[in-house]
Design a protein around this ligand. Structure first.
Ligand SMILES: [Zn+2]
Ligand SMILES: [Zn+2]
Ligand SMILES: [Zn+2]
Length: 255
């Protein structure tokens, strides 16, 4: 099972419009440091699942029929805005799973076009091709689900954004899940009282609370990048920072 981080930015991205901080200046000079809206592609055999749909060029990246499904964590614009281009397309209906949310985003539910919305419910397993997904409730300002994703040979990957900490039941599920790797929200550098999103410390606490084998921090803001440039802190030994384009192979269970 392969995971590719297509975007690793917080809302606003890096470089942030109008900002001249060190991180934004670096990203403006060198696009390898830019961060697009947070999203990832999970592939196993013939199954391709897009996690979140905030990239604005989805209609150009993925030809009709390429994606098995889109799976949404929540309906904030930086996670769904790419759907607005797709929906008036032609072709087969494209399944889009997301949490129950009476509002969704703008008029997506009213005018879904070829998007076939389906509700994912917490802890109710569903399958997309070769992948089994367990929705896990997160802590955010809109109804939000992370996903524990299992491949056909027991490969396990958890995608957990946007969130501040983890509900005890979600953490308990992951602690009992066996060896897995994960992506976790790290939107802020250390803050006295983070809101809606993890800061550096809360993200580390999530890794420790779940016993993840390894973790990639994502949903990173320009403020995190600027702080990293300034302070050069060392993350925990099993933590890495994702970049746009980072690709990881999730090993088979027991290997
Ligand atoms: Zn977000
Ligand atoms: Zn900046
Ligand atoms: Zn959000």
């Amino acid at each position: 099972m392969r995971v590719t981080f297509l975007g690793t930015g917080a809302a606003g991205g890096v470089p942030l419009y109008g900002c001249n901080c060190k991180a934004c200046a670096r990203a403006a000079r060198d696009p390898r440091h830019a961060r697009l809206p947070c999203s990832a592609l999970v592939e196993s055999a013939d199954t391709r699942v897009l996690l979140d749909a905030g990239l604005m060029d989805l209609h150009e990246r993925f030809p009709p029929g390429f994606l098995s499904a889109i799976v949404l964590t929540h309906y904030h614009p930086d996670h769904v805005q790419g759907l607005f281009h797709l929906r008036w397309g032609k072709g087969e209906p494209l399944p889009v799973y997301g949490p129950p949310d009476s509002e969704g985003c703008a008029d997506l539910f009213k005018h879904p076009g070829l998007l076939a919305f389906r509700q994912a419910r917490k802890f109710e397993v569903f399958e997309v091709g070769a992948l089994r997904l367990t929705p896990l409730p997160l802590v955010h300002s809109k109804p939000t689900l992370g996903y524990a994703i299992e491949g056909p040979r027991g490969q396990r990957f958890a995608y957990l954004t946007d969130t501040l900490g983890l509900p005890p039941k979600s953490a308990a599920f992951l602690r009992g899940w066996g060896a897995f790797d994960m992506a976790i929200d790290c939107s802020y550098p250390p803050q006295p009282a983070p809101r809606n999103h993890n800061d550096w410390l809360a993200a580390h606490q999530c890794v420790a609370a779940t016993g993840a084998r390894s973790a990639w921090f994502t949903h990173l803001s320009h403020a995190v990048d600027a702080w990293l440039l300034e302070e050069r802190p060392s993350p925990a030994a099993n933590v890495r920072l994702a970049s746009d384009g980072t690709r990881i192979d999730i090993p088979d269970a027991g290997s």
